[in-house]
Design a protein around this ligand. Structure first.
Ligand code: WT7
Length: 646
């Protein structure tokens, strides 16, 4: 990693923003950074003017570390900001272009999206949803997911969107933690031409909790699904009978807008709480300046609405900017590997935001695939989710952007809510592989264990040393975990990102990846402990250790080392049983790529599993010092097993 970065710095010049781009960029004043630095509260106060408020804040910030409250006593509604306020000037403008995997297309104008949202908001109210009730949304990439989110926001019911690829169990866990009484789901959806029986999974999830009284089901594929008489209602039926027009609830700036569960070090996912005012201010302005959204842009973020990227940069950021967003239901290689470029060409996409893992897959498939398509409408490219290696960056820049389009490598997290470290495409010279510098008003540092800034060129922890509007407010029902995870490494006012980073001679940031027990598989965030506890819940497993193994396309893949209970000898299909078990319990994204059975795991004398060593073994790297192990002999044996597996 270090080496790759070193060479990239030497090899490649900075790429200056194209003159034409600079001239027209939404933000092209380099002084903006200094201005924000002079008084960051005043800076954010000015930015907050871009959002519509029912009444303005009394003060900008109350910072009692680690608790920040932004735009105190300001009143607003997120759905109003995404919909109503555009109606006069953009009522007939396309808000959503949706393309199904089969190629079917649906479009919504802003007026139609407002109408659908209002009707659905009224339906929720009719069903008894009250301000403050948490509504779980378990939907694939269909317009109803956006409508449901906005409808919740409209009536002040925080949503908790659960990624559709998650299992029944993962859904149940999230419903249980939020005590959500309402679930919105659908009959099924398509993935590579195959229907995923989504309602069945939702039903399983609901059966494992005792909170859900109402399930609203979108008819998407039209397949027959069992409907429970008391509990289940069809989306289209409630929509038909719902009244039109729904006054947005007047929300306090600090009222919860949504919950988003994400993985951390311990076994259970944590509910990241985001509130209304600061989140809208932060996502609105980053969308405007980083993606340079203009009136006639067609903006496509390929993330799923089930992740924070979808929340901030499919829904709230772009729609609050009045943008036209594209949503695609299916897989990038269906029916062929040019599906994305076919979509870009047909819909004349101008701004494209995706993950390094996708870029590396495209790279592997070859440049002749995008070359078959007219990609000349593109003017800006973005990447997010994991470090992008300079080679992939350049491939993207050359083969997708034709060396015309700036590439914005945006670093942020579920917890930060908005993009934190990023180029501004009209200002910042780019370096392939670097997220460049903090967004105006954001203060980031690279610190050592003691909290001292490390010198240029050296690695350390990426820390945020100043509050920002869209920051996590707490971990839902677990304030202690909030404090322990993010605010306890150094002083209580310094946020620990759990990422490693370093800065170069231009003070640019290079993100090195997670330093905790979180791994990133194809950009998806997974806790190794979560996977381990799932493995040990299998009756034949005694102990499990999970690590991320480097992978050329996915960034990392999951490797599990497993010891068996009572020395049951591994049965023929135990390996695939365990893989399926993990996929069933968490979701297909958590499927281990390799499982190695072993009699023992390498442990320290105090009994701690040495994951560092297991990771080196998986990566085929030098294991370093193993003299502190109680069972050093196991290392050679594991190395042999891994080697043999190829
Ligand atoms: C983790 C957060 C919010 C973005 C989507 C993922 C990694 C994210 C970058 C980037 C290097 C990145 C970090 C971070 N990450 N963007 N541009 N360069 N690493 O959100 O699931 O909360 O994951 O993704 O490791 O901590 P998330």
């Amino acid at each position: 990693m270090e080496e790759a970065i070193e060479s990239s710095l030497k090899e490649w010049q900075k790429i200056e923003p194209p003159e034409e781009f600079v001239k027209k960029a939404n933000m092209n004043d380099p002084d903006i950074y200094d201005m924000a630095e002079k008084d960051y509260e005043r800076f954010w106060e000015g930015i907050a003017e871009n959002i519509d408020w029912y009444s303005k804040w009394k003060s900008v910030l109350e910072w009692e570390p680690p608790h920040a409250r932004w735009f105190i006593e300001g009143k607003l509604n997120a759905s109003y900001n995404c919909l109503d306020r555009h109606i006069d000037s953009r009522g007939d403008k396309t808000a959503i272009i949706w393309e199904g995997e089969k190629g079917d297309i649906r479009k919504y104008t802003y007026r139609q999206l407002l109408d659908a949202t209002s009707r659905f908001a009224n339906s929720l109210k009719d069903m008894g949803v009250k301000k403050g009730d948490i509504v779980t949304i378990y939907l694939p990439m269909i317009p109803e997911a956006v409508i449901a989110m906005l409808a919740c926001a409209r009536i002040g019911a925080p949503h908790s969107v659960v990624f559709a690829g998650f299992s029944a169990d993962a859904l149940a866990q999230r419903i249980e933690n939020s005590r959500s009484k309402f679930l919105i789901t659908c009959d099924g959806y398509l993935r590579r031409g195959k229907e995923i029986p989504h309602k069945k999974r939702a039903d399983e999830g609901v059966s494992r909790v005792d909170t859900v009284d109402k399930v609203i089901v979108v008819r998407h594929t039209g397949s027959d699904v069992p409907m429970s008489k008391q509990r289940d209602v069809w989306w289209h039926e409630v929509m038909d009978s719902a009244s039109t027009g729904c006054d947005p609830e007047i929300m306090d700036s600090e009222d919860m807008l949504f919950l988003m569960y994400t993985s951390g070090t311990t076994g259970k996912p944590k509910g990241v709480v985001h509130t209304t005012g600061g989140y809208m201010v932060g996502t609105h302005i980053t969308t405007n300046w980083v993606f340079d959204i203009k009136e006639d842009d067609i903006y496509w973020c390929t993330a799923d609405v089930g992740w924070i990227t979808g929340h901030s940069y499919i829904v709230y950021g772009p729609l609050s900017n009045g943008a036209t967003i594209l949503i695609y239901e299916g897989a990038p290689d269906y029916p062929e590997r040019d599906r994305f470029w076919d979509i870009v060409e047909r819909h004349k996409v101008t701004i494209f935001y995706t993950a390094p893992t996708a870029i590396r897959a495209f790279m592997r498939w070859g440049e002749d695939i995008p070359a078959k398509h007219d990609l000349s409408t593109l003017r800006l490219l973005g990447t997010v989710g994991e470090p992008i290696n300079p080679r992939a960056w350049l491939w993207y820049y050359e083969n997708i952007g034709n060396k015309r389009c700036p590439v914005v490598d945006t670093w942020w997290q579920t917890e930060t809510g908005m993009i934190m470290i990023t180029p501004l495409p009209g200002i910042t010279p780019l370096k392939p592989g670097s997220a460049t510098r903090p967004f105006p008003g954001i203060k980031a540092k690279v610190l050592d264990d003691e909290g001292n800034e490390v010198s240029q060129g050296h690695g350390g922890y990426l820390a945020l040393t100043r509050p920002w509007p869209s920051m996590i407010r707490t971990v839902y029902k677990n304030e202690q975990r909030f404090i322990d995870t993010y605010w306890s490494k150094w002083d209580i006012d310094t946020y620990m990102s759990e990422d490693g980073a370093r800065r170069d001679e231009d003070s640019y940031f290079w993100i090195l990846g997670r330093v905790d027990d979180v791994i990133k598989v194809a950009g998806h965030r997974l806790g190794t402990m979560e996977i381990e506890s799932t493995l040990v819940s299998h009756p034949e497993v005694a102990e499990a250790a999970v690590v991320g193994k480097k992978d050329e396309v996915k960034g990392e893949v999951i490797v599990a080392y497993v010891t068996l209970a009572e020395r049951i000898s591994e049965s023929d299909n135990l390996m695939s049983d365990l893989v399926d078990h993990v996929a069933d319990e968490i979701g297909p994204i958590a499927r281990p790529a390799h499982i190695f059975f072993t009699d023992e795991l390498p442990k320290t004398r105090s009994g701690k599993i040495m994951r560092r060593i297991l990771k080196s073994i998986a990566d085929g790297e030098d294991v370093g010092d193993i003299t502190t192990l109680q069972n050093p002999e196991i290392v050679e044996e594991l190395k042999r097993k891994v080697d043999e597996s190829g």
